[in-house]
Design a protein. Structure first.
Length: 235
């Protein structure tokens, strides 16, 4: 009886590990796809569209939609995974369109340095979030609180237009999103173990939700690092 019970427990552990690996593969795959779609869209926009289009009213509409779409993906992910995935890809395209303006402000060297650095930080922290046994909930809450305060301070600095303050804020933002990358990774792993592995929620929907969270972490790391690396070459 004990042998049967042990064998059943071992099978449950193996099945859960296999399910977790499949979930992570899907989540990271969709997150990576979103990054590639954004990069391709930005490249095509810069090469095929006139700069005048990127500074007109259409850009403001795109920016407004850019702020709204993440909420759509988050709210629909567990209810309508297919719709949420389509919205995620649409958001990636929109992000690429908005980010295409960066090519006119920063040099290629600064963009490349920021992307490589963001990738290195992201990979390091997401692996840490997966393997650490330390509960990151407290760090995550502190990072979110710090992010809210930083956003308010950044809005104030729009009127002050201080280059030094912008530089300092960018460094703080990198620290915040570094912590959030590890926190979000651990959170998604916990959400799968608690709900996804038991069939309480759609695994695909959970993967879309996680892909969005990690995509936002990576993109914000990239943008803040770009401000740091490109401080002297804004055009």
């Amino acid at each position: 009886m004990d042998n049967f019970s042990n064998e059943r427990n071992e099978r449950r552990v193996v099945n859960n590990a296999a399910g977790l690996n499949a979930f992570l593969t899907k989540m990271y795959g969709w997150m990576s796809l979103a990054v590639l779609v954004s990069a391709a869209t930005a490249f095509l926009t810069v090469t095929a569209i006139s700069p005048a289009v990127l500074t007109g009213g259409g850009m403001w509409i795109a920016i407004i939609a850019w702020f709204i779409l993440p909420f759509v993906v988050s709210f629909q992910a567990l209810k309508r995974p297919s719709l949420a995935f389509a919205a995620l890809m649409g958001y990636a395209v929109l992000s690429g369109f908005v980010f295409s303006t960066l090519a006119y402000r920063y040099t290629g060297a600064s963009i490349a340095a920021a992307f490589v650095s963001a990738s290195a930080i992201f990979i390091t922290m997401t692996v840490f979030g997966l393997v650490t046994r330390k509960n990151l909930d407290k760090i995550g809450r502190q990072a979110i609180a710090a992010l809210i305060a930083l956003v308010i301070a950044m809005i104030i600095n729009i009127f002050l237009r201080s280059t030094l303050i912008t530089f300092v804020f960018s460094i703080i933002a990198v620290v915040i999103f570094t912590a959030l990358t590890a926190y979000d990774t651990q959170k998604m792993k916990q959400m799968y173990n608690q709900a996804g592995s038991t069939g309480q929620v759609s695994v695909s929907g959970l993967a879309v939700f996680g892909a969005l969270q990690l995509y936002l972490d990576f993109v914000n790391l990239f943008l803040q690092l770009l401000q740091i690396f490109g401080m002297g070459d804004e055009r």
